[in-house]
Design a protein around this ligand. Structure first.
Ligand SMILES: Cc1ncc(COP(=O)(O)O)c(C=O)c1O
Length: 471
């Protein structure tokens, strides 16, 4: 029988075996497979400092994915920790049903200053899935109030990821998201993934962009603009493998939305709060002005579970002018507008505005160029990215770009080698995603990339030795 430690802060070595056993017996972690569900202990991390985390064996690792694209201000930031403690001692909770709190009001106003003009209201949630869910339910509600209950279809894209609640997950476009799961497929239409690397052979990037826009135009024509409520897109697809769409794609998709009265929801759960060098990337990086912007993760640098959706004020005006003043947006979360989360977000915004955004912009070219050099390695099909997010995609051979003929665990193999060498990688089947804390220095980028290079080289050796890859 494993002993249950009274706290998680006891002597690590003595408790280590017990904690592994307890995890296997009692903890269910996200995205388990049925072969090990309910009986799995994942590698434990015990501490963090800046861009580093320390694992249960005391090994210090660069946090390559910044947790889950979220620890933007780095680990163990004293200012964030202290503001959390002081807000909890001041007002730890208030019911958003019938009261409000100062941090959430001030944060709303400050976020509105960063969002595109007119996108000036915020509904706070507990994370990204609930932010997406809120945006979608608001679209449904608004169309009901406006007397057009048929206008509810949601257009998303293959390769996209929007969350793990039922409706947000229904938008996801990666095959494994749906292989064994149910979804609200009658509410969703999926367009092609805007991945220039996998565009049809012989097609230019410009022609590929035309094709993608035309596909959307045709869907609108076939389904009818009066049945489509929203188009949702991550400006850069994150979990789908850091897919940067062709130039002009997002603006042209927005034009189609505008012409057909379809709400454009930019899912900035990953791209906001500095990952692309700005608080929101929609306007600053891509020149688009969405009707709603969902965010989470970096808003508190992962120190507190908070998300939200920015909503254009004109959408509320339309509702206020409608003939249904009694219609209720019956949607809210116990932890909406949480005072501690909003206080942390305010301090995090101070840190971003106070230099971290500028730093992220200053180091991103070096980050992208250093990683791009890994394309020299024959296992690497493409390195792509923007700002401080990038993906190294491995392929069996460059001509076919086929990842499926390669060992599908190649990302995990690279991660295992990198961990031995001091780097945590986010393996995504045959891809490695890199999105470190924004505090990373030029030297630390060099360390990160040289470990990743060595990890890939060692993986090439393994695959060759095992006869799985010919090089
Ligand atoms: C673009 C995007 N949207 C939504 C989500 C869901 O966020 P959460 O896991 O906080 O619910 C994620 C999570 O990775 C994401 O990457």
């Amino acid at each position: 029988m494993a002993a249950i430690p009274k706290t998680a802060n006891g002597p690590a070595d003595e408790a280590a075996d017990d904690l592994t056993l307890l995890a296997e017996r009692h903890l269910v972690q996200p995205w388990p497979v049925s072969g090990s569900i309910g009986a799995e202990a994942r590698g434990r991390l015990d501490a963090g400092e800046g861009i580093y985390v320390t694992d249960a064996s005391g090994r210090r690792l660069i946090d390559g994915p910044a947790g889950m694209w979220c620890v933007n201000a780095g680990h163990r930031n004293r200012e964030l920790a202290e503001v959390m403690a002081s807000q909890a001692m001041e007002l730890s909770y208030n019911s958003p049903w019938y009261t409000t709190n100062a941090p959430s009001v001030i944060l709303s106003a400050r976020l509105a200053e960063h969002a595109p003009d007119g996108v000036d209201h915020v509904f706070y949630t507990t994370g990204g899935s609930s932010a997406v869910e809120t945006a979608l339910r608001f679209m449904q509600f608004a169309n009901n109030v406006k007397g057009r209950p048929e206008k509810k279809l949601i257009v998303s894209r293959q390769g996209g990821y929007h969350g793990s609640t039922y409706l947000s997950a229904s938008l996801n476009g990666r095959p494994r998201d749906h292989d064994w799961m149910d979804s609200a497929s009658d509410l969703v239409v999926k367009l092609s993934c805007p991945d220039p690397f996998r565009r049809p052979d012989g097609m230019s990037v410009e022609a590929f962009c035309d094709f993608l826009v035309e596909e959307f135009r045709q869907v609108i024509e076939e389904k009818g603009a009066d049945r489509i409520g929203a188009f949702i897109a991550e400006p850069v697809m994150a979990s789908g493998g850091v897919i940067v769409p062709p130039p002009g794609y997002l603006r042209r998709m927005q034009d189609l939305c505008r012409r057909n009265d379809i709400l454009f929801i930019a899912d900035e759960v990953v791209t906001a709060f500095g990952r692309l060098g700005h608080v929101f990337a929609s306007k600053e990086v891509f020149g688009i002005e969405p009707d709603m912007i969902t965010f989470a993760k970096g808003v508190t640098s992962g120190y507190f579970p908070l998300g939200g959706v920015m909503i254009a004020g004109r959408l509320f005006e339309e509702l206020r002018r409608s003939n249904h003043s009694e219609a209720m947006f019956a949607h809210g979360l116990t932890y909406s507008s949480h005072p501690v989360g909003c206080a942390v977000a305010l301090k995090n915004l101070d840190i971003l505005e106070g230099g971290l955004l500028a730093h992220a912009r200053a180091v991103s070219d070096h980050f992208q160029q250093s990683l791009k050099a890994l394309e020299e390695l024959p296992l690497v099909g493409e390195v792509r990215g923007l700002g401080l997010m990038a993906c190294v995609e491995c392929v069996a051979d460059r001509a076919s770009k086929n990842p499926l003929t390669l060992d599908l665990e190649v990302g995990k193999r690279i991660d295992r080698h990198c961990q031995e060498l001091g780097l945590l990688v986010r393996p995504l089947i045959h891809m490695c995603v890199m999105s470190p804390p924004l505090t990373i220095s030029l030297e630390q980028i060099d360390d990160m990339v040289s470990i990743l290079r060595r990890g890939i080289e060692l993986t090439m050796d393994d695959l060759t030795r095992e006869g799985l890859w010919k090089g």
